[in-house]
Design a protein. Sequence first.
Length: 188
Amino acid sequence: MNDIALAKAQLRSKILAERTARTNTALDEINLTSQLLSLVERTQLTRVATYISFASEPSTKLFIKELLTREIEVLVPKLIGVEMDWFAFDGTSTITSTLGMQEPNSAVLEQLELLETDLLVIPALAVDRLGNRLGRGKGYFDRALAKSFMHQRFAVCFETEFLASLPCEEHDRRVQGLVTEQAIHDLN
């Protein structure tokens, strides 16, 4: 493991431990949803690609519900090998993956292209002021970002995980902004 990969692994461990100790998760979800909806309201969006939150990730469940209530189409990812396929989500049709995450039930939901979305919202363990994003280390979202040319690509993490700088490697992809439970940060 090189020095950058080691630094990233250590930072992941630290952030995941801090997330486990968080309290007020219900309030965090309400505040994050408010910030995400403010981002959506900036423009006339018709389709948003986002993640179904898992474990200690900032929760997107209320956000997804609100989007569907507003008749905004929602796409969510399903892991297929080392890639992700994206499906139109109805808010309920999920299955549990081998990793224990909720994924869209591809047997009943329509697969769509990520390029056809107005906004991409992805999870992060941390984001820095240049838009570098620290994920969980498997590269799923970096590969999705590499294929996505849309300008509205925002990561989600907690405000305490918005850092001055992050270790990054050549394969890491930047985001244009960050949404936390406290603010929307436009980055580049």
